[in-house]
Design a protein around this ligand. Structure first.
Ligand code: CA
Ligand code: CA
Ligand code: CA
Length: 252
């Protein structure tokens, strides 16, 4: 998922770079009777031309009745399915944008609300063994020690992972106690300064002012070894860039 370099320190200070995944949170709220619905975001796909409409009355049980076809005409649609007596899945007859269809339907006095026929799918949850402990990523209200978590109080990581699980092109600096590069979840995502890796020991090969800064720099000891000697930096680096969905440890 991501990657990191960092720097070691005895105190809560160090610096480095950790590649991080993008994190996104989606929120979408609207009044379905709003005459001007918001532009539907592309990440909420829906079935073309189909809408779920709740009527202010029930539809006749008999599909062949005049009253039934009258409702279809007034909705400008065919009723594909009667989900409940007053709730129908319709398919609009004319080709139009989702927004214009919703504007039209929500203006209809017979309509209590109308929404696109959204396509939902299960969110991406990684299979890492300790993932369930990461309530900050996804809080399902599990017990932690003697307290139950508050469901939903998290960063909505799984929704973000549906869109992206990060990119090695994004490098994030971790200013902390360093990183334990022997941790299997962190090692593969550690940023590497190729010029120093293939350079000469004791020489600042890339000319950035820091000697041998292969994975970051230790600004406390002033050397090129940012190995974590405390633990907190590795923890933070894991939250940002632990390799996910590998059945091991955690996911970042
Ligand atoms: Ca250097
Ligand atoms: Ca060097
Ligand atoms: Ca992992």
């Amino acid at each position: 998922m991501t990657m990191s370099i960092s720097v070691n320190a005895r105190a809560w200070m160090a610096a480095g770079l950790v590649l991080v995944m993008a994190q996104a949170s989606i929120s979408f709220a609207q009044n379905s009777k709003d005459p001007i619905p918001p532009k539907a975001p592309a990440y909420f796909p829906s079935v073309a031309n189909q809408y779920v409409v709740r009527l202010n009355h029930e539809v006749p049980a008999l599909r062949t009745s005049k009253a039934f076809s009258g409702i279809e005409d007034r909705l400008g649609a065919s009723i594909k399915e009667v989900l409940r007596p007053d709730l129908v899945l319709i398919e609009r007859r004319n080709k139009e944008t989702r927004t214009s269809a919703l504007v039209s339907l929500r203006k209809n006095r017979e309509v209590a609300y109308a929404d696109p026929n959204y396509i939902f799918q299960a969110l991406k949850a990684p299979n890492d063994v300790d993932y369930s402990k990461l309530w900050g990523m996804s809080n399902v209200g599990a017990m932690v020690s003697t307290k139950r978590g508050l469901k939903g109080v998290d960063i909505s990581a799984e929704r973000a992972w549906e869109r992206t699980t990060g990119s090695k092109n994004v490098i994030v600096a971790v200013i902390d106690t360093g990183i334990d590069f022997t941790i299997p979840d962190l090692a593969p995502n550690a940023w590497t300064n190729e010029k120093e890796l293939g350079g000469v020991a004791g020489v600042d090969d890339d000319g950035n002012g820091y000697v041998d800064d292969i994975h970051g720099y230790d600004f406390v000891n002033n050397d090129g070894d940012p190995t974590d000697d405390q633990g907190h930096g590795s923890h933070c680096a894991g939250t940002i860039g632990a390799r996910g969905d590998d059945g091991l440890g955690v996911a970042g």
